[in-house]
Ligand binder design. Structure first.
Ligand SMILES: Cc1cc2nc3c(=O)[nH]c(=O)nc-3n(C[C@H](O)[C@H](O)[C@H](O)COP(=O)(O)OP(=O)(O)OC[C@H]3O[C@@H](n4cnc5c(N)ncnc54)[C@H](O)[C@@H]3O)c2cc1C
Length: 329
């Protein structure tokens, strides 16, 4: 084993070696992680980071793998998959409460826990796959709702030293698809949300809304083997086309016009029949097929509109950036 040639330290029990990642992400593609850890406490999380640094290993944080594409070559470092499942509530007054959730709590578990405990707000994110860690990282969004609007504070761990720190909402510098976690200097350990306490009537309405959102989403989006939206919306300064005096920033507008929906297929990967911005593994795709489809979509948009769609999906373990870079304006 390569590790034994590099270090005489014993491998901590929490660290596994050569772990397949294909069954740990929504695309169900990709190679293996050289090292893999599933910390279930903040201390184990910090320990895994310290271990990685002792071997100078790159680290990648994996949540539910619902917004990423892993290279067929895998990840030559330590993948940390937090399994911190803490959930607790602190009642502030009759109207509000604070809920703390560990990074590994899934959105499904989080919303069910809220409604079981008469807390309102997060049900707007019903049906979106992922964990609390991934949601804060990307500032989870659905129509006008942003997870940042509910976040009060968080516990993060330093990516170099493993030191734990409590930070407030402003620390994250949230934007569309953006948070300070993108700098990779800290990772999320737990998040505290400020939520409204609901009456029995309000909670049963919220449950109904949850099921309605889930029904709508099931009709609108593919249910598996995808990362959701592959490309992000454009920023105002990136586009020229306007509609009623407003910049056309929606990526779906451009992708619909190039006619790839349900049509473009390379190897085992295809653009979804349901959504022009979702690429689906039809069962036998390699990550390379998904990249080939995404790149073709970029080329077609460049050809027709002169702008380059940029991925919302995180690309993990690629030695060379496999997509088209942005055009400088
Ligand atoms: C069918 C489908 C529909 C979707 N619909 C939506 C939608 O409506 N709205 C929306 O916003 N998203 C949507 N997504 C995308 C996805 O659900 C979100 O991005 C979600 O937040 C991903 O969470 P995750 O735990 O799976 O993160 P992962 O995919 O595992 O990771 C995503 C990024 O978050 C980072 N990350 C994960 N955990 C941590 C942590 N603890 N600390 C620091 N960084 C971390 C990872 O390193 C990576 O860069 C959809 C995806 C699918 C498959």
């Amino acid at each position: 084993m390569r590790y034994e040639q590099e270090s005489s330290q014993p491998i901590p029990p929490i660290i596994q070696t050569n772990v397949s990642l294909a069954d740990k992400n929504w695309f169900q593609t990709g190679g293996s992680a050289r090292f893999f850890a599933i910390p279930s406490t903040a201390q184990q999380f910090a320990g895994a980071i310290v271990y990685a640094h002792s071997l100078d290993l790159p680290i990648f944080l994996l949540g539910a793998g619902a917004n990423l594409l892993i290279s067929d070559d895998g990840f030559d470092g330590l993948v940390i998959h937090p399994h911190i499942k803490e959930l607790s509530i602190y009642l502030i007054n009759e109207d509000e409460a604070e809920l703390t959730a560990g990074a590994g709590v899934t959105l499904h578990e989080l919303i069910e826990y809220c409604l079981d405990n008469q807390l309102l707000g997060l049900e707007e994110f019903s049906g979106i796959p992922g964990t609390v860690g991934g949601a804060v990282y990307i500032n989870l969004h659905y129509f006008e709702f942003l997870i940042a609007d509910f976040l009060l504070s968080a516990q993060v761990v330093d990516a170099q030293t493993g030191e734990l720190q409590t930070v407030d909402r402003d620390w994250f510098s949230f934007g569309y698809n953006q948070s300070r976690l993108h700098e990779g200097k800290q990772y999320l350990v737990a998040a505290t949300f400020r939520l409204k306490r609901g009456s029995a009537h309000e909670i049963s309405y919220a449950r109904g809304r949850r099921y309605e959102i889930m029904r709508q989403r099931a009709a609108r989006y593919p249910k598996s083997r995808t990362c959701g939206s592959f490309f992000r919306n454009f920023h105002d300064h990136e586009v020229i086309i306007e509609d009623h005096g407003k910049k056309m920033v929606y990526i779906a507008y451009y992708l619909d016009k190039i006619g790839v929906k349900g049509q473009l297929q390379i190897g085992g990967a295809r653009v979804s029949y349901q959504h022009a911005n979702m690429i689906v593994n039809q069962g036998n795709a390699m990550s390379a097929d998904i990249i080939a489809v995404a790149r073709k979509m970029q080329e077609l948009v460049v050809e027709q509109f002169g702008i380059v769609p940029q991925p919302e999906c995180r690309l993990v373990g690629f030695k060379n950036y496999p997509l088209l870079q942005e055009i400088e304006r």
